[in-house]
Design a protein around this ligand. Sequence first.
Ligand code: IMP
Ligand code: MG
Length: 178
Amino acid sequence: MKYHIEEMISKNKIELKVSELAKKINEDFDNEEILLIGLLRGSVMFLADISRKIKNVSEIDFMSVSSYGNNMQTSGEIKILKDLDVNIENKNVIIVEDIIDTGFTLSKVTKILNERNPKTLKIVTLLDKPDRRIVEVSVEYIGFIIPDEFVVGYGIDYAQKHRTLPYIGKVVKDDKNE
Ligand code: IMP
Ligand code: MG
């Protein structure tokens, strides 16, 4: 597929939003310690930036899950490719995610993590595409609500590419017939 990328959210807007989200989290958690869990790989840029603005991050860990599906679609099933190394029992946990689409990934991940008895479990996502939601997920901290477009950049990929773009861009097909 031939395509190009059009900027949707600038680097500057992302920076401001990350600060705003961190501020809310700091207000909510006061001086309590927080364990951040990044979902690989899309959340790494967001986690790197927001984690340095949250006051009491005690630990950072990662989990990698994959959806059985292809290209721009996600299916209902996920499998854990890499589980956490840390124990989350009795800790304040925040899952850091790049984007919520159908909601399958986060609903499954929160179910798995809740079974491990964290003290609190919340979600922060940079992007949300509510028009695509199939399963409900309660998300406490949302950066930007975006329309139903396929996006890349700031960690987010299309076929593993474009993760290092400093802004969020939408993927636009050059030829609609392809
Ligand atoms: P969900 O399970 O459908 O909510 O999918 C969430 C995951 O699908 C995200 O963590 C991304 O990895 C991927 N995804 C959803 N929308 C996009 C997009 O627009 N661009 C790139 N990846 C996406
Ligand atoms: Mg992801």
